[in-house]
Design a protein around this ligand. Structure first.
Ligand SMILES: Cc1ncc(COP(=O)(O)O)c(C=O)c1O
Length: 392
């Protein structure tokens, strides 16, 4: 079946964060919305139908995760990511950020050190700092329009009693699909210094042609025993409003500790009926849709790259290996970050993500969401071109 990603969908007045909650950041809801990481594509029919089917039953009482829910996760990991997992390793989280927060609570004490690689998805800062843990930053190395881990820096910091490293695999916003070697080297350093590894793999399905996602915990039994993986169909199938994610933990001791938190302390283990049927439908029927989605995103990525290279050569687009988020470097322009930011709002009239929210390395960078119909990407780029035409 050929899926259609071209049709525009009016999402205004649907309590959409992207469309109806832009005002606090941009001072208006009337920009072209190219920010927050959800897609403007229809959540696929096989998911909507599964929800409709369940909604036909007139009672929505307490529920539990079915065998088929777990089986669908096991199968997806096997067929999509060549990762053999067991049902007993799977736990629930009501969203990945919630899962990260719970993991920080479960595996660290107040003031313990947690390391993140910057620039990175901004809630990584919050889950650490807002729970009174101590944030340790290891800036990625930026060269030749791509990013690498600074292993020397990582080792230096791990020696100083870091309890947890949170990995973003693939990495938002720098579009890296980490290689097995990069992951192995990081995983081995964590083992050497007794640091627990949390791998946020929410973008695992959104991989560009020529690249392959490596689940961190698939690298070796030793690394697996020291790794907790957070995954979800929410980003890749556009169902983030259902708050349904999985946390995969092969080490039974770590799994027991996490389960104590989600079940006995926070009581969030149940999730919601519609999230479960949607996850199961996504992982059972979603392979073909996902392949076509990635091809479509890749075309948007390539279109944006060529457009920018030709019409805005003063902007560098970062090498794009994964995610649907383009990371753009405006540092060659003779203007401050504030001027740059205001120009995108007031002159271009598009809502992007401000690079600074991902860390100080994001100064003079902007993030653009390319998961929308091709026409919208073109419209947004034309607006950007016009706003910056004085700098050609
Ligand atoms: C790396 C990463 N983790 C987590 C999330 C959000 O996950 P959730 O909505 O399940 O909390 C995002 C959303 O953009 C993300 O990029």
């Amino acid at each position: 079946m050929i899926y259609n990603f071209n049709d525009p969908i009016n999402r205004k007045n649907t309590n959409s964060v992207k469309y109806d909650l832009a005002y606090p950041i941009y001072g208006t809801n009337d920009l072209q919305q190219m920010w927050i990481a959800d897609m403007d594509f229809k959540t696929p029919d096989f998911i909507l139908k599964a929800i409709e089917e369940r909604a036909k039953h007139p009672v929505l009482g307490y529920t539990f995760h079915s065998d088929t829910f777990y089986d669908s996760i096991v199968q997806w990991m096997k067929t999509r990511h060549q990762w053999e997992i067991q049902r007993e390793w799977i736990h629930f989280a009501p969203g990945i950020v919630a899962g990260l927060s719970i993991l920080i609570q479960a595996f660290t004490e107040v003031n313990d050190k947690v390391l993140i690689f910057t620039p990175v998805y901004n809630p990584f800062y919050n889950v650490v700092q807002n729970q009174d843990r101590s944030l340790v930053l290891s800036p990625l190395i930026y060269e030749n329009e791509t990013y690498h881990i600074d292993f020397e820096d990582l080792e230096k910091r791990l020696k100083d009693n870091v309890k947890i490293v949170i990995f973003c695999n693939p990495h938002n916003p720098v579009c890296r699909c980490w290689t097995p070697d990069e992951l192995r080297k990081s995983g081995e350093l964590c083992l050497q210094y007794g640091t627990l590894l949390i791998s946020d793999e929410i973008h695992a399905d959104l991989i560009m042609p020529g690249f392959k996602h490596t689940p961190f915990a698939s690298l070796s039994p030793e690394i697996a025993a020291n790794t907790i993986t957070c995954m979800a169909p929410s980003k890749s199938f556009n169902m983030a409003g259902l708050s349904t994610s999985e946390v995969i933990i092969s080490n039974p001791k770590l799994g027991k500790r996490y389960a104590e938190f989600v079940m006995d302390r926070l009581h969030v283990e149940m999730g919601n009926i519609f999230g479960d049927v949607a996850l199961e439908a996504a992982y059972t029927h979603g392979a073909d849709w996902m392949n076509q989605l990635n091809e479509y995103i890749f075309e948007n990525v390539n279109f944006a790259k060529s457009f920018i290279a030709e019409k805005m050569p003063f902007v560098k687009t970062i090498k794009h290996e994964a995610t649907y988020l383009s990371w753009m470097d405006f540092s060659d322009l003779p203007m401050s970050h504030d001027e740059l930011w205001q120009k995108t709002i007031q002159d271009a009239r598009i809502a992007l993500n401000d690079g600074r929210i991902y860390g100080k390395e994001g100064e003079k960078f902007l993030r653009m969401n390319l998961a929308c119909p091709k026409n919208d990407v073109e419209t947004a780029l034309l607006k950007l071109e016009r706003a910056f035409e004085d700098y050609k």
